[in-house]
Design a protein around this ligand. Structure first.
Ligand SMILES: *Cc1c(COP(=O)(O)O)cnc(C)c1O
Length: 346
């Protein structure tokens, strides 16, 4: 297959010529000495966008999450999060391995935040016998939930409840850009409700690498020490921050196109079998397929799609995922729909 259509993730994008130009012309310095002007301006820019005091650039979103929760939760204390959150399922136990943090989870349909669900299992100040909850993580949009946008009223209710019991809040905002474009909620509005935030530049925004962890000056200063300790003190990475600046300048508003194409895919799939996906729930760029009623597994479907030139992810025995992105256009969307029409019928 000459040109496969790759919908496995929004991480598969390649930097455009214009982005590469921005990288080539970025001013650089040694970032371990805080001498890289492009990294410094990126950290300041993203912090200001979310109304936070400071930010620290990291190679991955996982590291940004792990630095954040390390700042909020001491060894032997717990972080609570939704059952299918990235921090719990896709960071390979990093919170336990690196920081001695335990996790406990609450399940949410499609990953949708209901503040009460989280608050109900929180156990702060548990004394000498039981683990104390010191932070709650929220994922927005929720990846394995199908790109779910978290409702602002539930975020506000969670903040209020968390304040009442003295628990901190972390936002895994790897796809907060998509949440913003879908909901119209301002970045600094989201920023108000969280003590730490991680945002990812290499998902929908299309940079080749990079995330930023945001918080107070004090926490970010400490997080820099841990970043270096983890081996991620980087040098002339203004080259990468240059790509991130370009992504912020050019690739936020266009996410609405990814959302429109995801909806088109969902509508076409539901027309084949409406048990697979409810298009009304596809708010952003992720189309999760529930294949419980299908005569094939997710892995079998992924293989059949691949043979037809469409790459998708099998993330569970009966759960497949398609993700739209910067390098997926209308023509490919029409072609993907034709492939799905052939492959999805048993
Ligand atoms: C992708 C992702 C991350 C970060 O992943 P990295 O591959 O480590 O950059 C964090 N949270 C969510 C919800 C994600 O989808």
């Amino acid at each position: 297959m000459a040109n496969p259509i790759d919908l496995r993730s929004d991480t598969v994008t390649r930097p455009s010529q214009a982005m590469r130009q921005a990288m080539a012309s970025a001013e650089v310095g040694d970032d371990v000495y805080s001498d890289d002007p492009t990294v410094n301006s990126l950290e300041e820019r993203v912090a200001a966008l979310f109304g936070k005091e400071a930010g620290v650039f990291t190679p991955t979103g996982s590291l940004a999450n792990q630095l954040a929760i390390r700042m909020l939760v001491a060894p032997g204390e717990e972080l609570i999060a939704e059952t299918n959150s990235h921090i719990v399922r896709a960071e390979l136990g990093a919170a336990a391995v690196f920081s001695g943090i335990t996790t406990r989870t609450w399940p949410a349909k499609n990953g949708l935040l209901v503040a009460e669900d989280a608050l109900e299992i929180a156990r702060p100040n548990s004394g000498p016998y039981l683990v104390s909850t010191t932070a709650i993580a929220v994922e927005n949009t929720h990846n394995f939930g199908g790109g779910t946008v978290q409702p602002l009223d539930q975020i506000k209710a969670l903040r209020k409840g968390a304040d009442e019991i003295g628990v901190a809040l972390h936002l895994d905002g790897a796809r907060i850009w998509n949440a913003h474009v879908a909901s119209g909620v301002a970045f600094n509005e989201y920023g108000k409700y969280f003590d730490t935030i991680s945002v990812c530049l290499s998902k929908g925004l299309g940079a080749p690498i990079g995330s930023v962890m945001l918080s107070t000056k004090e926490r970010v200063t400490k997080a820099r020490i841990w970043r270096k300790r983890y081996g991620a003190g980087m040098r002339q990475v203004g080259l990468l921050a240059g790509a991130a600046h370009y992504a912020l300048d050019n690739n936020i508003a266009r996410l609405s196109e990814d959302h429109r194409r995801a909806k088109e895919l969902a509508v076409a799939i539901a027309a084949i079998d409406k048990s697979f996906v409810d298009p009304a729930l596809v708010e952003t760029n992720i189309v999760g397929l529930d294949l419980a009623n299908a005569p094939y597994t997710a892995a079998e479907l992924a293989t059949r799609c691949r043979e037809a030139g469409l790459w998708i992810s099998a993330l569970g025995p009966n759960y497949a995922r398609l993700v739209t992105h910067l390098d997926f256009d209308d023509e490919q969307c029409a072609a993907a729909i034709e492939i799905l029409k052939r492959v999805l019928v048993a």
